[in-house]
Write a protein that binds this ligand. Structure first.
Ligand code: MSP
Length: 494
């Protein structure tokens, strides 16, 4: 609870994704992490006190080019892509509260007002810009950014020479304030290594940035000079704020608790966005977490290599919760790593089909028709209950630290513990004395309930099914197994 006795709130965002691409496992990666956090905090703070925002970034040259290739207007093109995102997120059980589109009129109006104020307050001035532009990144690339004269992130795209009159945001003067605020912990950049990178870069000095384009028609017009449109990045960043102001009742969520982003865009969020907010007299988000990038079977994921995987393909192979589990446990969130699809079958079979699935199926079979109440107060079960509490504490802490793999490891330790009890007590050998068999099964059922309770954020559907199957005071019913052995990765990697 906060000091004012207002209930605490939690607001998490994903980047808004460019509509020149349909969702893939890269965009799912960030979105899934945000979903786990949103579910966790809804259970802790109440659904009405949590806001989970995702959406699409729809302006700029890149989108205009893709639309023209498709023979559509940019807005028609965006309209055709947005349903792909919404259906992918629905398929993966992503429980977003707001899907923001930068073409929403509410966003456009508010961005227009905010930038007019920035201009009136003297933070924006007119100047000339000359430089090499990467349409892939939607940003100017300086000589020191270039590798062999090309953009390091889009080596296949030619850089475009651009010279035009632009409006500039006076970023440079904010460097000392940014450093001060990072030092004071007014906003946090995580993990530590990314904080250090950003800090060093700001310390080395900032340049003012161009925030408008005369040559790009597809964007929000600059209100005081409508030949110009706003640079897509600066306008898009404001979505995190406008989403809380457009609809009544959401104002309480600003400032955001956490912006989840990939490491490629931490700079925009940890420097430019913060400076824009300071200049606008708006409170700063509390945390920016830049996660790592993954390769697929050791290779960079790219359209030209033809190895891009869609959320639907993963769900087809492993089910929703199978896909969620395999992504969340692949490597530590925050680091770079590999999604070793070639090992997904092995892992799915060991941890889900054999591990969790088998434990639940065989326990339900042994306990069919039995009713297990809430733990009684005898010594044995009260120690079970305190173990349950200990597990929840560990899992909650890990999730709040964004250590999803660790949270799942703790839960899986309980699967091993339950298997061990079954193997030691061998309840299947107790054939004539059902109360004795029930007694033997009690700690196992308790562990299964604890496992399911703690799985709710990471694997919501499975957790829900198990909790129903092992509901307190209801006879246990045998259900079809939740996970079957599979051999699907060949289809994904071929
Ligand atoms: N539109 C901007 C964000 C604006 S936010 C105000 C953008 N969009 S994007 O469609 O390119 O999405 C990029 C994000 O996708 C990355 O920051 C990251 O979250 C995610 N990923 C894309 N490929 C990825 C990997 N291979 N690995 C991990 N995450 C990846 O940038």
């Amino acid at each position: 609870m906060s000091k004012t006795n207002e209930p605490e709130t939690f607001y998490v965002t994903t980047p808004i994704y460019y509509v020149n691409d349909v969702p893939h496992v890269g965009t799912l990666y960030t979105t899934l992490a945000a979903d786990v956090l949103a579910r966790h905090y809804r259970a802790k703070l109440g659904a009405q006190n949590v806001l989970f925002l995702t959406g699409t970034d729809e302006h700029g040259q890149k989108i205009a080019e893709s639309a023209s290739k498709a023979g559509l207007t940019p807005k028609e093109f965006a309209d055709s892509i947005v349903p792909h995102f919404k259906s992918a997120w629905d398929l993966c059980n992503i429980s977003y509260d707001v899907f923001m589109r930068t073409t929403d009129q509410g966003h456009i109006d508010m961005v227009t007002r905010i930038f007019q104020k920035l201009y009136d307050d003297g933070h924006i001035y007119k100047g000339a810009y000359e430089g090499m532009y990467c349409v892939g990144c939607e940003k100017f690339v300086t000589d020191s950014d270039m590798v062999d004269g090309r953009c390091p992130d889009h080596p296949n795209k030619d850089l475009v020479y651009q010279k035009e009159e632009n409006y500039f945001f006076a970023l440079k003067k904010f460097a000392p304030l940014l450093l001060e605020k990072i030092n004071d912990g007014e906003y946090e950049i995580l993990p530590e290594k990314r904080r250090n990178e950003i800090y060093k870069r700001v310390e080395e000095g900032l340049e003012d940035i161009s925030i408008s384009r005369e040559s790009v028609a597809w964007g929000i017009p600059v209100p005081w000079d409508t030949k110009h449109t706003f640079y897509v990045w600066v306008e898009a960043l404001f979505n995190y704020y406008t989403a809380t102001q457009i609809q009544e009742g959401r104002e309480k969520f600003w400032p955001a608790d956490l912006h989840l982003v990939g490491k490629d865009i931490v700079w925009f969020h940890a420097c430019i966005w913060e400076a824009l907010l300071i200049a606008s007299d708006l409170p700063l988000p509390k945390k920016i977490f830049g996660h790592g990038f993954f390769t697929l079977n050791g290779q960079k994921m790219s359209k030209s290599l033809g190895n891009v995987i869609s959320p639907a393909e993963l769900v087809e192979a492993y089910g929703v919760d199978g896909a969620r589990y395999l992504i969340l446990t692949a490597f530590q969130f925050g680091n770079d790593g590999d999604l070793a699809l070639s090992k997904f079958d092995e892992k799915y079979n060991a941890d889900l089909a054999h591990g969790l699935g088998n434990l639940v199926a065989r326990t339900a079979k042994l306990a069919e028709g039995m009713i297990f109440d809430e733990l009684s107060t005898n010594d044995n079960s009260s120690s079970d209950s305190s173990k349950g509490l200990e597990l929840s504490k560990k899992v909650d802490h890990a999730i709040e630290q964004l250590q999803f793999d660790k949270a799942l490891t703790y839960i899986w330790e309980n699967i091993s513990a339950a298997d061990k009890i079954l193997n030691e007590t061998e309840p299947w050998k107790i054939k004539d004395d059902m109360p004795a068999r029930q007694k033997a099964l009690e700690p196992v059922v308790e562990l299964i309930r604890q496992i399911a309770l703690n799985l709710q954020s990471c694997m919501p559907e499975t957790a829900h099914k198990i909790l129903l199957q092992f509901e307190v005071g209801k006879p246990i019913v045998v259900q079809p197994s939740y996970f079957y052995r599979t051999i699907r990765s060949a289809e994904l990697t071929s």
